[in-house]
Structure formats: structure tokens, C-alpha cells
Design a protein around this ligand. Structure first.
Ligand code: GLC
Length: 438
């Protein structure tokens, strides 16, 4: 890509991953996020795989070394403590080794493992790693489909906004408002505001509720059944469910490749159940956009966020959803805003309430491209390229003027550059399809 504003970005992206490498795991961003985060790590591995495959496999294996005996894979692994972050291992107090949080995150791991295996240049190392990981991936998915879908209804539930990876999404406003901080909520001091402007982060009221849920789960000793039974926050998150369905499909593909056929009937049953349950529960009839469902209030929340476009990644994006995406992208200079411009909840610089997230563009771009909407995929890739070329490997960006926001030297932004933005052919479901933007 020499001779254009993106020249040199590949080397800079590699330098970001190297700088964030803590030996076997990669921190999302030095300072702001000093530990191993679940879905960051899996996506960052895709970046590592572009220049150091062995290191990429190690990233995922390090994450799964922290898997709980019941199959859950925690959202943060605290390999070593760091006073610059709150809430750290002492607050979670899960009693695990290595220390970890007690909730999970969207399960992108199986999809990442499949992509890495299929593209591996060192096939022997890749096959060996995938073989070691397969039973762990299967156990994590089995945990989701049992602990988080105890009645076998075909969708999994989420007990904390942090589990969705989209912490302060406006989708969580109503269910979070129903979480009442107790009078004995332990006093705490946020550390994120030492790194990032408060206007770009969640509010104090949101943090009080995040911590209320953590305190409750700690009191429940992180017993999955109790958490689901007692959490005042209980939602069906479109992102988690779309990502899990996609990951189940990838797990089935892995089972075929690795000769793990005994697992197939079970995985196929999960897929069939989700395919039946998710569209009627989540899809907005007018736009086709998947929207979160509040199980405590018994209603679809009607809040529009970019998470709803992950239906494409799950293979269930309808034609009208592509038209919705087109209009949404047209409303800002840079696509895709996390909340549509003009929506009352739209806040152009506040985290998951408006900014563009390269990592979301990547997942939506993969889904749309594979669903045949190549032009939309190319558009998301092109805008991501423009944002990063302009503002560097930031955590998120202002969709109206492209200003880089949140953390800098961000791992998954660098990985998305390496594994997708820099690889236009990956927009496409089929390698024969021409890229209309070229
Ligand atoms: C924030 C994001 C989450 C991410 C983490 C580390 O909590 O909301 O999705 O995994 O930061 O980057």
C-alpha cells in the first residue's frame, strides 16, 4: 500500500502488538487496560497471526489456561496485579488461579481459531494448537448453552453489561436503571478517568450499578445458577448471541477438520435451536435490526445499536437489514456509528454511545461480506482505514469528524488493521467477487 496515507501502518500495527505484549498475552492498552481481556485477546491473535503464528496460538492458549472448571472463560485474567486499574483481582475475589473476574465476554474464540487454522502457513503447529484448544472451546460453548440457557430456549442470557463488551451501550440504560445500588455499596475509586477524559467514558451512575452487580455476584460466590436466578440485570444481548451462533458454526467446522465428529450432533443442536429462537425474539420487524431483550421486564428494548448488525455474522442478516445499514452509514462522515446519528441516545464521543469502533466494523464487515453485501463490507473497511490513517490505533473514533478517542496504541485496533483493513480480499465471501472500491 505504498504511496498512500496508509503506508507504514502495517509496521506500526506490529509495533503496537509488540509493545502491548506481556509475554504470552497482550494487554488491550498499556495503562488503561493492563490485563488480559477475553475477546480482545482472541481478536488480537488474528493480528499476531499475520506475522508470528506461534505467538498468536500462545495468546489463545494463555487465555484458556484461565478457564474455570465449569467451562466458563473469564472476561479478564489478572496475570499480575496492577494498581492502575479498578476493579482489580482483590475486588472480584473469585479465588481462582490465575486470578480472574467472575463473568465472561462474547465468545469469539472458536471463530478466531478457525480463521487462524484455515490461513496457517505452519499447518503442523496450527493443527496441534487447534487440537489442544478444541475440547476447551467445546466446554466453553457447553457452559453458555447450559448455565446461560438453563431451560434450553435457544438463546443465552447475560448478567452484566461488561459481559456484552459494550459496557455503556444505551441498550443497557433501562435494565441498568432497575439495578438499585444498596446503601452498603462498598466505596470505590475509578481509575479509568486517570487515563481518559470523563466525557468519553461511562458515568458515575453507571459505575455504581456495575459495582452493585459485581458485589452481588461475589456474595453469590459466582455460582452460575444463582447469578442467573438473582441478577436484577438479565438480558438477551444480540452481540453475544450472534457471536455465539457464529462461533458454534465455526466450532462445527473445526470438529470436521479435526476429526472430532462425536461432538457434532450436540453442536448442530445448539445451532438449530438458536436459528429458530433468535430472529423472532430479537429482530425489529421494520428494520430487521436485532435489538436486546430485557428478560426482567419481558420486552424487546427497542434500542438501536450497531450490535444488531452482527446478525450478518450469525448468517441471519435479512435483506432489509442491509438497507438499514446503508442508511445508518450515510448519516455520518465515518461509518459505522455505534448508535445512529440523530437518535436521542447518540453521543458522538462517549464510548459505546456513538463512536465508531474498528473492532465492531471488522465483525460486521466480515458478516456483511460473507452474506454477499460486498459493497457494505468494503465501505466499513475503507472508513476504518481512513480513521486509523488519520488518528492512529485508537480505541474508538468520533463518527462525525474522525477524532481518535479513548485509549491509544490499542491492541485490537492494530489487529483489525493487520487481519482485515490491510487485506481487502477479506471483505468477500468468495475470492472471485470483485472489490467494487478498487
Ligand atoms: C472495555 C470494552 C470491552 C473491552 C475492554 C478492553 O471494557 O467495553 O469490550 O473488552 O474494554 O479493551
Amino acid at each position: 500500500m505504498s504511496g498512500n496515507p496508509t503506508a507504514g501502518l502495517r509496521e506500526r500495527a506490529i509495533a503496537v502488538l509488540r509493545a502491548n505484549d506481556r509475554g504470552g498475552y497482550t494487554v488491550p492498552a498499556a495503562g488503561l487496560y493492563p490485563f488480559q481481556w477475553n475477546w480482545d485477546s482472541c481478536l488480537v491473535a488474528l493480528g499476531w497471526a499475520c506475522f508470528d503464528e506461534a505467538r498468536a496460538w500462545r495468546e489463545i492458549e494463555t487465555l484458556f489456561a484461565a478457564q474455570w472448571p465449569d467451562g466458563m472463560v473469564p472476561h479478564i485474567v489478572f496475570h499480575r496485579d496492577d494498581p492502575g486499574y479498578f476493579p482489580g483481582p482483590g475486588v472480584w475475589a473469585t479465588g481462582r488461579e490465575p486470578a480472574s473476574s467472575g463473568i465472561t465476554q462474547p465468545p469469539v474464540a472458536a471463530s478466531c481459531v478457525r480463521w487462524m487454522l484455515e490461513r496457517a502457513r505452519d499447518r503442523t503447529t496450527a493443527l496441534a494448537a487447534a487440537r489442544r484448544l478444541f475440547p476447551k472451546l467445546l466446554a466453553w460453548h457447553a457452559w453458555f448453552h447450559s448455565a446461560r440457557d438453563p431451560e434450553g430456549r435457544g438463546f443465552v442470557v447475560t448478567v452484566h453489561p461488561w459481559e456484552t463488551g459494550m459496557d455503556n451501550s444505551p441498550a443497557w440504560d433501562a435494565p441498568l436503571a432497575a439495578v438499585a445500588p444498596p446503601p452498603d455499596l462498598a466505596p470505590y475509586e475509578r481509575r479509568d478517568l486517570a487515563h481518559v477524559d470523563a466525557a468519553q467514558r461511562p458515568t458515575r451512575a453507571e459505575y455504581d450499578r456495575y459495582m452493585t452487580l459485581v458485589q452481588l455476584f461475589r456474595e453469590l460466590a459466582y455460582d452460575s445458577a444463582e447469578m442467573v436466578a438473582r441478577s436484577p440485570f438479565l438480558v438477551v444481548d444480540p452481540a453475544t448471541n450472534a457471536i455465539l451462533l457464529r462461533a458454534d458454526r465455526d466450532l462445527a467446522a473445526l470438529a470436521e477438520i479435526l476429526g472430532e465428529r462425536a461432538a457434532l450432533p450436540r453442536i448442530r443442536a445448539w445451532i438449530a435451536r438458536a436459528e429458530t429462537a433468535l430472529p423472532p425474539l430479537l429482530a425489529d420487524p421494520g428494520s430487521g435490526l436485532w435489538q436486546a431483550f430485557d428478560l426482567r421486564a419481558g420486552r424487546r428494548l427497542g434500542v438501536r445499536t450497531h450490535a444488531g448488525f452482527l446478525a450478518f455474522l450469525a448468517g441471519l442478516g435479512e435483506t432489509r437489514l442491509a438497507a438499514t445499514l446503508d442508511r445508518w452509514a450515510d448519516a455520518t462522515r465515518y461509518a459505522l456509528s455505534s448508535v445512529p446519528a440523530g437518535d436521542p441516545a447518540f453521543d458522538r464521543r462517549r464510548y459505546w454511545r456513538g463512536p465508531v469502533w474498528p473492532v465492531a466494523n471488522f465483525l460486521i464487515g466480515r458478516g456483511t461480506g460473507e452474506s454477499g453485501h460486498v459493497r457494505l463490507a468494503a465501505r466499513l473497511r475503507r472508513d476504518t482505514a481512513a480513521l486509523v490513517a488519520r488518528g492512529g490505533f485508537r480505541e474508538y473514533f468520533d463518527p462525525l469528524d474522525g477524532t481518535g478517542l479513548g485509549g491509544s496504541g490499542f491492541g485490537w485496533t492494530a489487529a483489525v488493521w493487520l487481519a482485515w483493513v490491510d487485506q481487502p480480499e477479506r471483505d468477500r465471501g468468495s475470492d472471485e467477487a470483485p472489490d467494487p472500491l478498487k
